[in-house]
Design a protein around this ligand. Structure first.
Ligand code: HEC
Length: 112
């Protein structure tokens, strides 16, 4: 078998496996909002429900409030932030909207 022939077969295999992977992937990732929101959980609690910390919970906060706070953090217009001005820059506006809608739909933990 010539090197050229081996390369041609490898290229064909790669092309067809790519096509298969595309066909298998769902058109819409139904877990995208939840997964994006999970990146906030270390500090804001699972599903935005904080326990025993000074960081504010996000569960049940109206999506518009979260969106505008994130925009303000991104723009650097909230003074004395420790971390959110950097975190906010890591997400697109579309991603922030998904995250905000996810948290808005969560029930806040009792007493918060
Ligand atoms: C490393 C910890 C950490 C992570 C991760 C984190 N935050 Fe924060 N968040 C904070 C802290 C601390 C504050 C208080 C402001 C500050 O010091 O930056 C805050 C404040 C906020 C506020 C303002 C709350 C209010 O009512 O004033 C919002 C909204 C917010 N975070 C959203 C998010 C979102 C959305 C994510 C995920 C994309 C996220 N945070 C990830 C630590 C974090």
């Amino acid at each position: 078998m010539t090197v050229r022939r081996i390369l041609a077969i490898a290229a064909l295999a790669l092309a067809s496996s790519g096509a298969m992977a595309q066909a298998a992937a769902p058109a819409v990732d139904v877990n995208l909002a939840r997964n994006l929101a999970a990146t906030c959980a270390n500090c804001h609690g699972t599903n935005g429900q904080v326990r025993g910390t000074d960081v504010k919970g996000l569960a049940g906060v109206p999506a518009a409030n979260i969106v505008s706070l994130m925009a303000a953090y991104k723009a650097g217009s909230i003074p004395n932030t420790t971390i959110m001005h950097q975190i906010a820059k890591g997400y697109t506006d579309d991603q922030i909207k998904l995250i905000a809608e996810y948290f808005a739909a969560q029930k806040p933990a009792a007493g918060r």
